[in-house]
Design a protein around this ligand. Structure first.
Ligand code: PLP
Length: 471
C-alpha cells in the first residue's frame, strides 16, 4: 500500500515513511492509494481488541512485517496502558449504546491512537535506517497534548514539543501536561486559540530554512497530530471492534463528537471498507462549522469562535476534513483545499454517509443531567453526541471520547448547582462518591504534582521555543 499527498505531489511513500513524515512537503495530508476492502468481517466476532487491531493494520501498513505490527499492537494495548480488559468496552445504558474510548492513560480517546503511534514510529525509524532524532511538534486543544506526552516521554530518538492554548484547556488537562517530567519533552502555553497554534505548527513544520537548520544538527520534524496516518488508521479499529460486539446483522449509525474530524473520518474509512454503517452522525458543539456544512453543502470557517465545555471540539479549521474533501470531490480538489486552509468558503456536495447536528451549552448540561438520571455519567463531549443522537431521531452507537472525571466541574454542576463551590480536583472525590465508584488511578496524586513547564509564548514566539528547546 502506497501513500500520496492530498495536494497533488506525485511521490509515493510507504506506510512507514508517511508515519515518520507526518505531513507532506506540499502541505498536504497522506492518504492511502485506495481504501482496502475489509473482506469477511464475520470472523471478527471472536477477535480480541488486539487481534482486530492487527487484522486491520495489516491491510494498511503493508511494509511492516506481521511480527513488527504485532509488537506495536501488544506494546500499546495492554494492561499497563488500558484500564479495561476490553480496551474499548461497549456499554448499554440510558436506552442506547456507548463505545467507551477513554480507558487509557489520559482518560480520553486520543490514547487509542497515541499509545501505538510511538511504537509505529520507532519501528519505522529502524526499518528505514533513519538516524535522525525526530522532533515532534504538536498543537493541542487539550487531549492530544497529554496523550502524546504520555506516549512519547522517555522514548529514545524522539523529542516532543506541545503547544496548548493557555486559556483553552481544562484545569485538569493543563495540570496533567505541565507536570510531565522527562528529558525529551517541552510544554508551552500559547496566547491564542487552537486553530492559531495548529496553523503555526503547520507553518513551522514546512519552513524550508528551519528544516535545513534542523537537518544539519541531526534533527527532523514530525507530527503527532491527527493528520499523521499512524493515528488515523489505528482509529478505524474500534469501529470494527464495536460492530463485532453488537451482534447485530444490520447497518448501524455511529454518533461521533467531532473537532478535528479525525475520529469520524476513521469511521468513514471503516464504512468504505465494507463495515455496515448506515449514517455517521457528526456531532458539533457551538463551533458548528462541520454540522453546518453537512446541513447546507457550504463549508465556511470564517465565523466567531466560542470556548465551550467540550474544548477538544473547539475547532473551526478541522484539519482532517482535507482528506474527506479529497475523497469526495470529483473536480476542483486543489482549489477547495486551498480555500479550506485559508479559511475561505467553498461548496461541496454532501456525501450521503454523513448527517450533522449541533448542541448548545445548555443542551449539553441538560443531556448530562438526563443521562445521569438513568444511571450513567457522561462527559461534555459525549453529551454533545448524545444530544446529536436525540436531534437525529435515530439510534446509534455513541462514541464516548472522554471520562467524566476529566471535566468534573461541568459534569457535576450540570447535575446539581451545589457543586459550584468546589474546584475540579475536589469534585473528583465528589464524583466518586456520587457514583459509588473511585477516582481513576490515572488521576491519583495529580493535583499535588510539581509544575515543570511554566512557559507561555505568543504565536509569533513558537519558533523560538522550538529552537531553544533543541539547543
Ligand atoms: C480530540 C477529541 C475529540 C474530537 O476528535 P477529532 O478526531 O478531533 O474530531 C472529541 N472528544 C474528545 C474528548 C477529544 O479528545
Amino acid at each position: 500500500m502506497k501513500y500520496f499527498s492530498t495536494r497533488g505531489d506525485k511521490r509515493a511513500l510507504t506506510a512507514s515513511q508517511s508515519i515518520i513524515k507526518g505531513i507532506a512537503d506540499d502541505g498536504g495530508l497522506y492518504v492511502p492509494e485506495e481504501i482496502p476492502s475489509g473482506g469477511n468481517i464475520s470472523e471478527l466476532s471472536n477477535f480480541s481488541y488486539n487481534e482486530t487491531a492487527l487484522w486491520l493494520m495489516q491491510k494498511y501498513f503493508t511494509d511492516y512485517t506481521h511480527d513488527e505490527l504485532k509488537g506495536c499492537v501488544d506494546s500499546a494495548y495492554n494492561a499497563a496502558n488500558f484500564f479495561s480488559p476490553d480496551v474499548a468496552p461497549l456499554v448499554h445504558a440510558a436506552g442506547t449504546s456507548f463505545l467507551e474510548l477513554y480507558h487509557g492513560k489520559t482518560l480520553a480517546f486520543k490514547d487509542m491512537a497515541l499509545s501505538i503511534l510511538p511504537h509505529l514510529m520507532t519501528t519505522a525509524l529502524k526499518k528505514t535506517k533513519n538516524p535522525k532524532t525526530q522532533v515532534i511538534l504538536t498543537a493541542t486543544s487539550g487531549d492530544t497534548g497529554v496523550a502524546a506526552l504520555e506516549g512519547f516521554k522517555d522514548i529514545d530518538g524522539i523529542k516532543i514539543i506541545v503547544f496548548y492554548p493557555e486559556n483553552g484547556v481544562s484545569v485538569v488537562q493543563k495540570q496533567h501536561m505541565i507536570t510531565q517530567n522527562a528529558k525529551n519533552i517541552c510544554v508551552v502555553g500559547i496566547k491564542g486559540n487552537f486553530d492559531d497554534a495548529q496553523s503555526e505548527v503547520k507553518r513551522i513544520l514546512l519552513d524550508k530554512r528551519l528544516n535545513e537548520q534542523l537537518d544539519s544538527n541531526g534533527y527532523e520534524f514530525s507530527s503527532a497530530n491527527s493528520i499523521n496516518t499512524g493515528r488515523l488508521i489505528p482509529q478505524i479499529v474500534y469501529y470494527f471492534y464495536a460492530y463485532s460486539r453488537l451482534g447485530s446483522q444490520g447497518a448501524v449509525n455511529f454518533v461521533v463528537p467531532t473537532g478535528n474530524f479525525g475520529n469520524i473520518l476513521a469511521g468513514y474509512y471503516a464504512k468504505k471498507m465494507g463495515l455496515p454503517i448506515d449514517k455517521l452522525i457528526c456531532a458539533s458543539n457551538e463551533n458548528r462549522v462541520l454540522c453546518d456544512y453537512f446541513d447546507t453543502g457550504v463549508f465556511d470557517s470564517n465565523r466567531p469562535f466560542y470556548l465551550t465545555s467540550s474544548p477538544s471540539m473547539d475547532i473551526l479549521v478541522p484539519s482532517n476534513f482535507e482528506r474527506l474533501v479529497y475523497e469526495i470531490s470529483s473536480d476542483n480538489v486543489q482549489e477547495r483545499l486551498t480555500r479550506l486552509s485559508t479559511k475561505q468558503r467553498f461548496t461541496l456536495d454532501v456525501p450521503r454517509d454523513f448527517v450533522g447536528y449541533a448542541a448548545t451549552e445548555r443542551e449539553v448540561r441538560a443531556a448530562i443531567k438526563k443521562v445521569f438520571a438513568q444511571g450513567y455519567l457522561i462527559d461534555p463531549h459525549t453529551a454533545v453526541a448524545y444530544t446529536a443522537q436525540e436531534k437525529s431521531g435515530e439510534r446509534g452507537v455513541i462514541v464516548s471520547t472522554a471520562s467524566p472525571y476529566k471535566f468534573t466541574k461541568t459534569v457535576m454542576t450540570s447535575i446539581d448547582d451545589k457543586y459550584e463551590r468546589y474546584d475540579d480536583f475536589e469534585l473528583m472525590e465528589q464524583m466518586a462518591e456520587l457514583t459509588r465508584g473511585s477516582v481513576p488511578v490515572q488521576f491519583c496524586g495529580l493535583k499535588g504534582r510539581d509544575v515543570v513547564h511554566s512557559g507561555v509564548a505568543e504565536i509569533a514566539g513558537m519558533e523560538k521555543c522550538v529552537l531553544e528547546f533543541l539547543q
